[in-house]
Design a binder for this molecule. Structure first.
Ligand code: HEC
Ligand code: HEC
Length: 267
């Protein structure tokens, strides 16, 4: 956690606004349960508090920094510096606020030119932010050069519904494969380490580091990317057509399933 304790306490205070006993009960819970779930529903929050909460989500639970860097071009996702301002012109007839919310919960509605459609919906697993968190994050994005005017009611009530913080829904998509065997496929027959690093397995930087792939990508994306790398678009900053297109033919169904099970442990 990079934020000083004072800021964390401020967030806790926002959560339980106006309820002294709730405050007393809440602290041990939030301390013992990282990653924290932020709930601002019904809360009376200043824009500054909201931006601060959004900043923390951006750096921690949101995992945004695995793909985005603010003030840095040439990474796998657009530089978010100034996004609060340019969002006003991103889509004709759409306000900056509406565009930013859409980019988070329905990222494929508009694809920023020059980038592949690999951004996951942030209110669905594996990221699975709740409605309050999407609200705070939208304020944080608006603060990148724009005006912060997002209200909780701007975030559709369906956002994050049923996510349960990601745990329940994410657990529903487990693969029948054997992750231990999958690791041997990764290092052996698949030859993935020729181009990718993955946690303690060293590799080359020809392709992206896969150490946290299951944290930022859906099982569906990972499964399709192995079988049809071109069809899933090329990760920005990496050469197209380098990842072999032949795993669908060379791996048996069992090897493929085991490999995917291993990939899903990379988080
Ligand atoms: C797996 C990589 C990945 C992750 C994780 C990710 N993004 Fe993105 N994001 C992208 C890519 C690639 C694009 C550009 C393609 C598109 O428009 O969908 C994008 C586009 C965007 C845009 C539109 C930018 C513009 O210039 O119009 C916003 C806003 C955004 N992301 C915010 C976020 C936030 C906030 C998070 C964390 C909750 C996040 N992203 C997590 C890959 C990612
Ligand atoms: C010859 C080099 C090479 C080999 C071998 C290779 N890849 Fe890749 N892979 C790449 C490159 C380059 C990219 C990024 C460009 C792209 O998206 O096609 C990539 C992208 C990926 C991605 C998407 C990463 C992201 O951040 O979105 C996944 C997942 C992936 N590879 C998995 C695998 C697996 C699993 C294997 C082994 C079965 C494998 N790769 C073998 C070169 C390779």
């Amino acid at each position: 956690m990079r934020l000083p304790v004072g800021v964390k306490v401020a967030i806790v205070a926002i959560v339980v606004m106006g309820s002294y006993s709730g405050y007393a009960n809440y602290i041990p819970q939030i301390e013992s349960k990282p990653p924290q779930e932020l709930s601002l529903e019904g809360g009376n929050v200043t824009p500054a508090q909201l931006i601060k909460a959004g900043d923390e989500i951006y750096k921690t639970k949101g995992t945004c920094e695995i793909c985005h860097k603010i003030g840095q071009k040439g990474t796998r996702a657009p530089d978010l510096a100034g996004v609060g301002a340019r969002a006003a012109k991103a889509k004709p007839g759409m306000t900056a606020k509406a565009y930013l919310i859409e980019s988070l919960i329905n990222p494929n509605a508009v694809i920023v030119e020059g980038y592949p459609p690999i951004m996951p919906a942030v209110d669905k697993p594996p990221i699975a932010l709740n409605r309050s968190e999407v609200w705070a994050l939208t304020a944080f994005l608006q603060a990148q050069g724009g005006t912060v005017d997002v209200a909780l009611n701007d975030i559709p009530a369906t956002v994050g519904a049923g996510g349960g913080g990601g745990g329940a829904a994410a657990a529903a998509v487990t693969m029948p494969g054997d992750a231990k065997v999958g690791k041997t496929i990764y290092m052996g027959k698949g030859g993935c380490l020729a181009c990718h690093k993955a946690k303690d397995i060293p590799g080359t930087p020809v392709g992206p580091d896969l150490s946290q792939i299951a944290k930022i990508q859906t099982p569906d994306y990972i499964m399709k990317k192995i079988l049809d790398p071109k069809g899933m678009g090329t990760v920005a900053g990496f050469p197209p057509g380098v990842m072999p297109q032949t795993f669908g033919q060379t791996l048996t169904a069992k090897e493929y399933t085991d490999l995917v099970a291993f990939m899903l442990t990379l988080k």
